[in-house]
Design a protein around this ligand. Structure first.
Ligand SMILES: N#Cc1c(-c2ccc3ccn(Cc4ccc(CN5CCCCC5)cc4)c3c2)n[nH]c1N
Length: 242
């Protein structure tokens, strides 16, 4: 199965890294088709204006609906898609979102800049297709391009054939609801720091117990919200020590 991804932006160069490495190989393998479009290709004025002052006042500029309408009509003409609009005011983008979108045939990303895109763009397309206004986290970026990079990577890595070891897509650190614990490889001693003995013991039950303890410890320390979100039966007696 393949997915077609289109991105509309005033900074097409910002999306160049999508063609590198893992994603580049997925594109070469024909698992992903990627189209990056310059929004200014759909302006008609000599200044290629894409923004204007906000009605009601307020800081900054807002992106004009007409240009976005022509660009998205052109890109969406190729067939039905889910329209994704990154915004600080969006619903949280999570692994569950990535999993859901990995099943889509087409994703179109509208990258805003300035203070965002005139709301009528989202409203007009929401009438005829799925439109998701999403945020990748509680911090403020300057535009949607970086968010699109994050979301495209999170989605594409879930597509069959993209990752060398697909099982890891299922066993993602968030699959058992805990953060993953520490990982080690050779050498056994490095700058006076040794690999924990248990990991070299060959005692797989002890190793599994140690790893779960480290994951619980780390989750309790860094993401207590994940612990609170665990289903009642997720922690056994040994787990409750943390
Ligand atoms: N995903 C995601 C994002 C984004 C994101 C996504 C898309 C765009 C398009 C433009 N910007 C810039 C921007 C920045 C702040 C504000 C809020 N205003 C500030 C001044 C007073 C009024 C409110 C609006 C627009 C974007 C930011 N930021 N953080 C995420 N997780």
């Amino acid at each position: 199965r393949r997915v077609r991804i289109d991105v509309v932006t005033i900074f097409p160069g910002y999306l160049a890294p999508l063609r590198e490495a893992l994603l580049g190989r997925a594109i070469e393998a024909g698992l992903v088709e990627l189209g990056v479009h310059d929004l200014r290709d759909w302006t008609h004025d000599v200044h290629q204006a894409v923004d204007d002052s906000p009605y009601g006042g307020g800081p900054g500029m807002v992106m004009r609906p007409q240009v976005w309408g022509e660009a998205l009509d052109a890109v969406l003409a190729a067939g039905p898609a889910r329209l994704v609009v990154p915004t600080p005011a969006g619903r949280p983008f999570t692994q569950a979102t990535a999993q859901a979108w990995a099943g889509e045939e087409r994703l179109v990303f509208a990258c805003g800049r300035y203070e965002g895109i005139d709301q009528r763009v989202v409203d007009s397309y929401a009438a005829r297709m799925p439109v998701d206004e999403v945020s990748i986290g509680d911090y403020v970026l300057v535009g949607g391009e970086v968010a699109v990079m994050v979301m495209v990577e999170a989605v594409v890595r879930l597509l069959p054939g993209v990752l060398g070891n697909p099982v890891s897509a299922q066993e993602d650190s968030f699959s058992d609801g805990l953060l993953e614990g520490p990982a080690y490889t050779r050498p056994v001693s490095w700058r006076g720091l040794d690999v924990p003995e248990v990991l070299r013991s060959g005692n797989h039950a002890a190793i599994a117990r140690w790893r779960r303890d480290r994951a619980l410890e780390r989750t309790a320390a860094r993401r207590p919200d994940l612990l609170d979100a665990l289903p009642e039966d997720a922690l056994d007696r040994a787990d409750r020590a943390f």
